[in-house]
Design a protein around this ligand. Structure first.
Ligand code: KG4
Ligand code: ZN
Length: 355
């Protein structure tokens, strides 16, 4: 990897590829904020059959689809590969086999066309989705990243400069949504289904716990809440009490939202920030968005959120993050590898790539 400041005044157009989980996605993004195309081939129907993502199936489907999806992204943008300034790809965190498909493909595209390669951190992509939908947003700000694999409270000090304030100690927020949805018979993917059903339920019907982590004010823990829901369901069954699915969904969702909002507002206050953003699949939850909007407004904090399509996995967000990496002079070599447990802020060292 090479880094030196190489920001220029000319337009920078990036072909971005994302394959870290169950979406095969490619996009063309100009100057980090303008989406020229954004193609997503979702595998959700396939994985729904198994109640969750099956890694081997995800890798195989990525292999089958990535070439076509990338071609469609270039065609929809009305551009050719040779007009791209870089090809960017998610190289972690995620499912190793799924990541490898995107990384190998992007390396091949870079090698064959002579276009520089930029590896992007998936969470950095989620955070950067905010730059696409909120053109005026600039760091510093505090961002809550909540998805199926991650729950992080991040202080974005500058483009590409992150300080992790808190993270989950066990389940990610989206994972808790998915597991509880399965337990109450809603199926996969659980987040959007719980969101919908909750609108019919009473969020104060069942007093589920709001977990605190003893030695960290910002860390999250959702596995206790998930167990509390399972215990509630078991005790209802034993006592022959009919379970109201909508009340369980709404009460669970409120417990998650309360904790996310409380930690977020504390982080904003202690960082002295006047800007707060959300990102990741769970950031499209309507109750979470409404609660954060209300709390930010009450404190005079500007609240930024991506549109729902930009919250879930897509390649446009990878293209947005890659632009700022490009401007910092980041280029990766062909020894770039998939890193399934890549930490935010980690930089993989390798040989210098094309410049
Ligand atoms: O960011 P994402 O697409 O993939 C990961 O990087 O994990 O997030 C997917 C997660 C799933 O757990 C899904 O259930 C959750 O986001 N999700 C939601 C909603 N929409 C998606 N959770 C709560 N409410 C929603 N409306
Ligand atoms: Zn994601």
């Amino acid at each position: 990897m090479q880094t030196e400041n190489q920001c220029s005044d000319k337009d920078i157009t990036i072909l971005a590829i994302e394959s870290s989980c169950d979406e095969t996605a490619a996009a063309v993004v100009r100057n980090g904020r303008e989406v020229l195309s954004n193609m997503i081939s979702s595998q959700i129907d396939l994985h729904t059959l198994y109640g969750g993502v099956v890694p081997e199936i995800a890798s195989r489907k990525h292999t089958e689809r990535i070439n076509q999806v990338t071609g469609e992204a270039l065609a929809a943008a009305g551009m050719t590969l040779q007009e791209m300034d870089a090809v960017a790809v998610t190289y972690g965190p995620g499912l190793v086999g799924a990541l490898l498909v995107g990384v190998s493909f992007a390396k091949a595209v870079s090698f064959a066309s002579g276009i520089p390669l930029i590896g992007v951190h998936h969470i950095e992509g989620h955070i950067s989705a905010n730059y696409i939908d909120n053109k005026e947003l600039e760091p510093p700000f505090v961002c809550l990243v909540v998805s199926g694999g991650h729950s992080h409270l991040v202080r974005v000090r500058d483009y590409g400069e992150y300080e992790i304030l808190g993270r989950t100690r066990d389940d990610a927020a989206g994972e808790a949504f998915d597991k509880v949805a399965r337990a109450i018979g809603l199926g996969y993917p659980g987040g959007p289904k719980i969101d919908k059903v909750s609108k019919e339920g009473n969020p104060d019907a069942i007093p589920f716990p709001r977990a605190k982590v003893a030695d960290s004010v910002y860390d999250f823990s959702f596995s206790g809440l998930k167990s509390a829901v399972l215990n509630y369901l078991n005790s209802c069954e034993m006592k022959g009490i009919r379970v109201c699915q909508a009340d369980v969904a709404a009460s669970f969702q409120k417990a998650v939202v309360d904790v996310l909002v409380e930690h977020s507002m504390q982080a904003v206050r202690e960082c002295g920030s006047d800007k707060f953003a959300i990102a990741g699949g769970v950031a499209s939850n309507t109750a979470l968005r409404a609660a954060l909007e209300k709390e930010c407004a009450a404190r005079g904090i500007a609240f930024y959120r991506p549109t729902p399509i930009m919250c879930t996995d897509n390649a446009a967000m990878i293209g947005a993050a890659a632009y700022y990496e490009y401007c910092r002079g980041v280029r990766h070599g062909y020894d770039l590898n998939a890193v399934p447990n890549l930490k935010l802020g980690d930089r993989v060292q390798g040989s210098p790539g094309l410049v």
